[in-house]
Design a protein around this ligand. Structure first.
Ligand code: CIR
Length: 259
């Protein structure tokens, strides 16, 4: 019998410059960087607890948003696509991630004029739903399709209003269950998949991280957490309040794949 290949989570430490992060739909509020680091460590511990092997991308103290590694790549079993992030201030984040991913996958890099953030990409089976956000453009989607089509994936652009990324509006919390804010994305895009709606007074609650049969989920959204539990989802709560001030959620802080 051979051992299953390890499941890996790439993460990146909180930057010293995090207070200078990009913000689009969130008002700037003071960020306690020390507390953000403590919360990020607890998040990494939750990933370890789920059985993932956590590997740090080298610290980038001068890149404010570098903790949000998700945006730098789209990693599938067959290929890793390195994005060209929509915010110019974030383009320096990709090289270190590409270098690490090259140990595990063939790496394909997006080129100008493409822009795309990994936070806009929701994979359901062989479909990559991609948010038509302020960060991801048509050239980005075309280059993503070019990279993944040989492996049988399709790319479906998804209109989005009122939030930063597609996965701010919708994530998968089980293989056949979505968590969605219907104010920001049209549920019909996802066909007849079942869904749990966020509580109307918790609009940012649709970003959940499904890992190994559990969902890592912010403590900030108790009503939506209760609705997920009622639907049979195992919820593991983590406090990520300081990361939320930088407009980040729980999917943003890791890149998860099988080695
Ligand atoms: C940004 O605006 O790019 C960061 N402050 C937040 C990125 C969050 N990433 C994500 O949702 N995937």
């Amino acid at each position: 019998m051979t051992d299953a290949p390890p499941r890996i989570a790439l993460t990146r430490p909180v930057s010293d410059a995090m207070a200078g992060c990009e913000l689009t739909h969130v008002q700037r509020a003071p960020i306690d960087v020390a507390l953000a680091r403590t919360q990020h460590r607890a998040y990494c511990a939750a990933l370890c607890d789920a059985g993932l092997h956590v590997i740090d991308v080298p610290h980038a103290p001068a890149l404010p948003d570098s903790v949000f590694v998700e945006d730098t790549s789209v990693v599938l079993d067959e290929v890793a696509v390195i994005t060209r992030p929509g915010a110019a201030s974030r383009r320096g984040e990709v090289d270190a991630v590409a270098e690490l991913l090259a140990s595990y996958r063939t790496v394909v890099r997006m080129r100008e004029p493409a822009t795309l953030d990994g936070g806009d990409v929701l994979r359901i089976g062989q479909t990559l739903f991609v948010g038509s956000s302020g960060r991801s453009n048509a050239a980005g989607m075309a280059q993503l399709l070019e990279a993944v089509k040989p492996f049988g994936y399709r790319v479906v652009p998804v209109p989005l209003t009122g939030c930063l990324h597609l996965k701010t509006a919708v994530t998968a919390v089980a293989s056949d269950l979505l968590l969605i804010n219907p104010q920001w994305v049209d549920r019909a895009v996802f066909g007849d998949m079942r869904s749990v709606e966020v509580s109307p007074d918790e609009p940012f609650a649709a970003n959940a991280l499904l890992v190994e049969e559990r969902v890592i989920y912010p403590t900030d959204f108790p009503k939506t957490a209760a609705a997920m539990r009622a639907a049979g989802v195992r919820v593991q709560a983590v406090d990520v309040s300081e990361l939320a001030k930088a407009e980040g959620g729980v999917t943003c802080c890791s890149i998860i794949f099988t080695a």
